[in-house]
Write a protein that binds this ligand. Sequence first.
Ligand code: TMP
Length: 230
Amino acid sequence: MDKGVLITVEGTDGAGKTTLIEYLKIWLINKKFDVIATREPGGTQLGEVLRKILLGDHDHDDQHDANTRISARISDQAELMLMFTARMQHLQEVILPAMEAGRCVLCDRFTDATYAYQGGGRGISERRIQQLEDWVQQGLQPDLTLMLDVPVEVGLQRTKKRGRTRPGGDRFEQQQIDFKEAVRQVYLQRAEKYPQRIKLIDATRCVAEVQNDLIQSVGAFLKARCGACK
Ligand code: TMP
């Protein structure tokens, strides 16, 4: 590949995103792609600090109580800005240099998540999010987005079974069903709006079927892009 590619993976809670990303990463490495797997919010030292604050996922150290209070008081608008702060740093420090070097960047969530969570979930206008997107990304969009979809009820059942390090999950997982429904609806609307870029994958099926779909989508994309996959 002359220029790198950015593949993002999105999903509603309980869609099995983490395991599927790991599977895809290994598949790409076996195909001899130079893969860098990263995530949002996160992916840099600054981003990982912001992630802890945003998700309310703090270490049990001396600062624990103070940090937990900070997380509990983030306003919706500040949350949006912090997502884009993490993203700006991530782009400048990790994603853009990797793409310049011709690498394949596999990113666990990106700006579709902002439209879904801060837009759908928190009710911030699409126009406001787009303003920040335009400034931070300067026109950059993922080359391919794999959107793993499960109905909210199914996702909830799965996350309950999986068990959690913190009771009730992170700041987003703790939200009410309405919030989760709104997040899912925005994801589905975006998949419909950008069918070339976003591949919607029904993640209610068994793991093998979902893995197969993922690989079909990524394989077809890479073949069109660089003729590298069968
Ligand atoms: P996850 O990595 O386990 O999916 O957790 C990340 C959480 O952050 C998830 O609940 C979605 C949320 N999030 C946003 O609200 N907005 C964003 O822009 C991103 C990237 C993630």
